[in-house]
Design a protein around this ligand. Structure first.
Ligand SMILES: [Zn+2]
Length: 253
């Protein structure tokens, strides 16, 4: 009798809370990731789900449990047309390969890499192509700790063509110096803080500079997130600015 009572209570708790959980989590509920993103799979995704795939992939990478991949087979599947879920803007640093750290295969994501993960008109054009033509659902700007480009921008280094590139990181340097007046470029924590501010500024720069991407955000078809990869662990921590993501259904009043 006591046992039956206990079971009834468990059942009651399950019935009361399960609908709440499924409602709150429905936007990020994801099926197992296929080895190659297909047209139907891409069409079924929303920006939050793509973000979840990146987070899951990063966890697999950190745990050494990457998906077993047959690149020859993936190439054959993706050869006719691609249906990737995300475009990643990240640094050229040799320790930050986005496909590896997010455990994504051929045809799954588009990668744009440039020192300091800055944005310019050509990169914006590539993103507009990825978003409007290819149909990606998420733009992720991924900076990293111990970034040489950010470090050199902090020191206001002038170096050939890199001078103009490093100037694009200056707004983040100035913001960090304002927030942390005692900060100096020899302090790695301060440099990492600049990298974080740079990611946040670039995210909003993408939205502010591209009417095409802005329209897709307004329509809920695409979102922009930012993250920082810890070079020591490869863990990507996504930054607490989801203002460029569509509202989750659970948040809509
Ligand atoms: Zn870097």
């Amino acid at each position: 009798m006591i046992y039956t009572n206990f079971i009834s209570k468990i059942l009651l708790v399950f019935l009361v809370f399960f609908p709440m959980l499924s409602q709150a989590e429905q936007d990020v509920a994801v099926a197992p990731q296929p080895l190659v993103f297909t047209q139907a799979f891409q069409a079924s995704l929303n920006p939050w789900q793509v973000l979840q795939y990146l987070q899951d992939g990063n966890r697999r990478f950190m745990e050494g449990k990457m998906l077993h991949r047959d690149y020859d087979s993936e190439l054959k599947t993706a050869a006719k047309k691609q249906y990737p879920g995300a475009v990643i803007l990240s640094c050229i640093d040799s320790r930050t390969p986005p496909e590896l750290i997010f455990d994504q295969g051929i045809g799954d994501m588009m990668a744009i890499r440039i020192a300091g993960n800055i944005v310019n008109n050509d990169i914006l054009g590539s993103m507009e192509f990825a978003a409007h033509v290819i149909g990606v659902k998420l733009i992720a700007v991924i900076g990293h700790t111990r970034c040489g480009a950010v470090d050199k921008a902090c020191q206001d280094v002038k170096l050939g063509h890199a001078t103009a590139l490093l100037e694009k990181i200056q707004p983040a340097v100035q913001q960090a110096k304002k927030d942390f007046p005692a900060g100096n470029c020899q302090n790695q924590k301060f440099v990492n803080e600049i990298a974080k501010k740079n990611v946040l500024l670039v995210m909003h720069q993408i939205k502010d500079s591209s009417p095409i991407i802005r329209k897709l955000i307004t329509e809920g078809k695409i979102g922009i997130v930012g993250g920082i990869q810890d070079i020591e662990t490869s863990k990507v921590v996504f930054l607490d600015d989801y203002s460029l993501m569509p509202a989750r259904h659970a948040d809509i009043k």
